[in-house]
Design a protein around this ligand. Structure first.
Ligand SMILES: NC(=O)c1ccc[n+]([C@@H]2O[C@H](COP(=O)([O-])OP(=O)(O)OC[C@H]3O[C@@H](n4cnc5c(N)ncnc54)[C@H](OP(=O)(O)O)[C@@H]3O)[C@@H](O)[C@H]2O)c1
Length: 278
């Protein structure tokens, strides 16, 4: 059975779980991504700034699947927000990937101090009209950023990719995106790996279903209506992360995973209001 899908606000379908590719570079990265596709991953998440669009494209060719079976996402870097640079950036991403179209292209960060994200959004709307990109969206946008681009263009993003994991459940952001018809994707859905396995609440929920802590957390994202994009270079952990569609968390499990404090109090979301990433 393939990965279940969500329907986006533009009518396109998106898989309910994908592969993150940050740090999957070079030949090892290409092999890891091709392996993931062979295991059944259909959504692949890259970015101009990961400097791996080339190996993502090579992995896609290596895996040998028909293009229409894959959902490929990339992202516009902050230094390309100006309209003409943004259009060329999308064309450059496609050339690096060796693809004719992207399934989804996202503004990587709003970079409010630069004041150019509305211009970038207008460029992505045009790229969609030209058929370079099937769906367009954003990352790390707060509700006020969403409202500005919607007011300027009449086009709501299909997706907003934000940091989300049990230390940062982001309930208010989920509600704000849902009320605007925007699907949320979770970046760092496993809190960059490992740490959550040591939390008794996660271990208990996982054990009660005969699943691993990572699987319990990924299932929590899915049942929250959020698309997680866990990254793994390891075939065993890639398979583990994909095997989350054959069990169901209870309402008690859901609230247990969504409401425990960060014991070290070290987890803070990078504030999209001030963060600048070029
Ligand atoms: N839009 C944005 O601003 C933004 C920001 C950050 C990330 N992202 C995207 O989101 C993706 C995912 O986030 P992330 O890479 O930061 O973190 P993540 O997916 O939460 O965690 C990845 C780490 O967890 C380990 N891991 C994976 N599966 C595991 C499992 N089942 N058990 C134990 N450890 C496991 C991986 O190690 P191994 O590889 O050794 O398995 C890796 O070190 C990125 O790759 C990128 O595509 C987007």
């Amino acid at each position: 059975m393939g990965t279940p899908t969500h329907r986006l606000n533009d009518g396109n379908l998106i898989p309910q779980l994908g592969l993150g590719t940050y740090l999957l570079t070079g030949q090892a990265g290409r092999d890891a991504i091709a392996q993931a596709i062979r295991l059944g991953y259909r959504l692949i998440d890259t970015a101009f700034n990961y400097e791996n669009e080339g190996v993502v494209g090579a992995a896609i060719r290596q895996a040998g699947l028909p293009r229409e079976e894959l959902f490929v996402t990339s992202k516009l870097p902050g230094r390309h927000h100006r309209h003409d640079l943004a259009v060329k950036s999308v064309e450059e991403s496609l050339a690096r990937l060796g693809l004719d179209y992207l399934d989804l292209h996202l503004i990587h960060w709003p970079n409010p101090p630069l004041g150019l994200y509305v211009e970038a959004w207008q460029a992505l709307v045009e790229c969609r009209e030209r058929g370079l990109v099937r769906s367009i969206g954003v990352c790390n946008f707060l509700p006020e950023h969403l409202d500005r681009i919607i007011a300027a263009t009449g086009v709501a993003p299909a997706v907003n990719q934000i940091q989300r994991h049990p230390y940062l459940p982001q309930d208010d952001q989920l509600a704000a995106n849902a009320s605007r018809g925007v699907l949320v994707e979770a970046w760092s859905p496993l809190y960059r790996g490992g740490v959550l396995a040591d939390v008794p609440a996660v271990a208990a929920v996982a054990a009660s279903h005969g699943k691993t802590p990572a699987q319990a957390v990924l299932r929590w994202h899915i049942q929250s209506g959020v698309v997680p994009i866990p990254k793994s270079a390891d075939p065993r952990r890639q398979a583990e992360n994909l095997a989350v569609f054959d069990f169901e968390l209870t309402p008690e499990d859901m609230s247990a995973l969504g409401s425990f404090p960060d014991p070290a109090k070290t987890v803070v979301a990078e504030s999209p209001e001030v963060h600048v990433e070029l």
